[in-house]
Design a protein. Sequence first.
Length: 317
Amino acid sequence: MNSLDLTHWGDGISSVDTGFFRPRFDASHVIVEDGRAAFVDVGTNHSVPRLLAALDVLGVDPDAVDYVILTHVHLDHAGGAGLLLQRLPNARLVVHSRGARHMIDPSQLIAGATAVYGADEVQRSYGELVPVDAARVDIAHDGYTIELEGRPLRFLDTPGHARHHVCVHDARSAAFFTGDTFGLSYREFDTAKGAFILPTSTPVQFDPDALKASIARMLEYAPRQMFLTHYSRVGEVPRLARDLDEQIDAMVAIARRHATDGATRHARIAADLAELYCARAAAHGCTFGAERVRELLAMDIELNAQGLEVWLDRAAA
């Protein structure tokens, strides 16, 4: 395991770099209240040693972890849940009803990831998924609330990125744990203007109207900060929400512009997405140039293009 990257944000919240893909790409968050703990998103099987090491640094015994919360079951968020739960004897898994069955029987998750990435890459990146005992699974319906040593964590059903997505409101910190609903904000793009953000339309359930509604619903709680899985804390929530709305509209316009382009559709959508993100990064004050923007966002550009194509095809069906 590489050196542990653990950041303390106050209010008992810490982020752990799960080690997925590149440094500070994929975060798990740990909430600690009076010696009891909950994880929000957990990375992959390869992340589990880092999460256990974080507990050790935080002075939390694995027996004192009460919850493993998944915002959704995409493998960079949920792939390590089954293995981690083997090491946390008292923890319960909390997940959307549409995602629960995939954690109990992960065969369809593996099949879906294999279709996108290929079998060799799935094995390298995620390993063998461990099923979760159904008796340890709690369903997070809209408004569902758990208590972490008296600290309420409230779940909102937040579709748009995926139909099985929840975000978690923590009144103590005036924050949401947003998974992918509040987009991606990689720290390499931070400038004097603050954080840079972009939406994620990863296949296969992107719904732009639902995503915008989910973002608007979180804003009703007046959060002062958001904890993103990619990557961790951002403030300036109203500004970033406006940026997300603008880009969702721009991404939809790109997809519609190329809807009838046939065999060239994917390449043209991806090229226009890259231009969109490069232009916005430059306007944000990023100085490392378009080539570096394209390099850092290469995976997201490809997956966003795929997600937009699935959305186009579903709308046309």
